[in-house]
Design a protein around this ligand. Structure first.
Ligand SMILES: [Zn+2]
Length: 269
């Protein structure tokens, strides 16, 4: 069950922590902000199922959403979305459905917006259209890199890469994760994951107990990861170059955010 946060709580952290939203031009941001709703992403929450109509696009501020291909033979992660992007790219591409399940893999928070509103806003702004299109390309590049990674690189290095990408998207050093869910993320059977995680733990890079992985040596983990981690990270950094603007200029006013639910409710649907 998705929990909509109390708008009063949402004002506690006024800075936009979604890098894509933060990259919007001030005019675009002013148009977008009234339609955003702050929601909590609980672990295991499904944002959309395969081939079900997408109702909302989600802009995570913390946490990670996995895009999973689900088949009778099992489920595998084919891409992931954190605070560098948004979930629901079908909405941008004039489609109502995606073949993947969007599953919250690392809990956090997000802004969401109704799909018809999102489409209305991007139709009215070339700069928004361009930004989100560039993100979509970066996401597709991530998926392509993942395919190559799965074929070319060792399970330990892929495991390290996945943990680093998730670490980048959360607050703190602890990732809630069972071996079973990590096996879905990496597309291998659970015993292999146990071995790979064991190697990283023995090296002192992570500590794993009872479904909780703690990153204990980040530089060590970076050394253990394949080059795909840096390639994927650089892909998003190139897209969102102005980190200073992200940290500084883009903020919501408390007043604006206090009106989020009403504005969203009155939007076309
Ligand atoms: Zn790789």
């Amino acid at each position: 069950m998705l929990k909509i946060l109390d708008p009063a709580l949402a004002t506690v952290a006024p800075s936009i922590r979604n890098r894509l939203l933060a990259e919007l031009a001030p005019d675009d941001l002013a148009r977008v902000a009234p339609y955003l709703e702050s929601v909590e992403l609980e672990f295991g929450l499904v944002l959309h199922e395969p081939n079900a109509r997408i109702q909302y696009v989600y802009f995570p501020t913390t946490g990670a959403v996995s895009m999973m291909v689900v088949s009778p033979d099992g489920a595998v992660e084919v891409g992931s979305v954190g605070n560098e992007g948004f979930a629901g790219i079908a909405a941008l591409l004039h489609a109502d459905f995606l073949p993947t399940r969007a599953l919250v893999q690392a809990p956090g928070q997000a802004y969401r917006m109704k799909v018809p509103v999102f489409r209305m806003l991007i139709t009215e702004s070339d700069t928004m259209q361009q930004l989100f299109s560039r993100y979509t390309l970066a996401f597709l590049n991530q998926v392509a890199q993942s395919v190559a990674c799965n074929r070319l690189h060792s399970l330990e290095s892929r495991c390290a890469r996945w943990l680093l990408m998730t670490h980048d998207r959360i607050d703190g050093d602890q990732i809630r994760l069972t071996h079973e869910s990590l096996s879905y993320m990496l597309g291998v059977h659970r015993p292999a994951v146990t071995l790979a995680a064991g190697v990283l733990q023995k090296a002192g890079f992570i500590d794993y107990t009872r479904g909780l992985i703690k990153i204990t040596n980040r530089p060590g983990l970076e050394g253990a990861a394949c080059a795909c981690y840096q390639i994927m990270r650089r892909g998003y950094d190139d897209l969102l170059q102005s980190g200073q603007a992200v940290a500084g200029a883009a903020t919501f006013s408390s007043e604006r955010r206090a009106h989020v639910p009403n504005a969203a409710d009155s939007a076309p649907s």
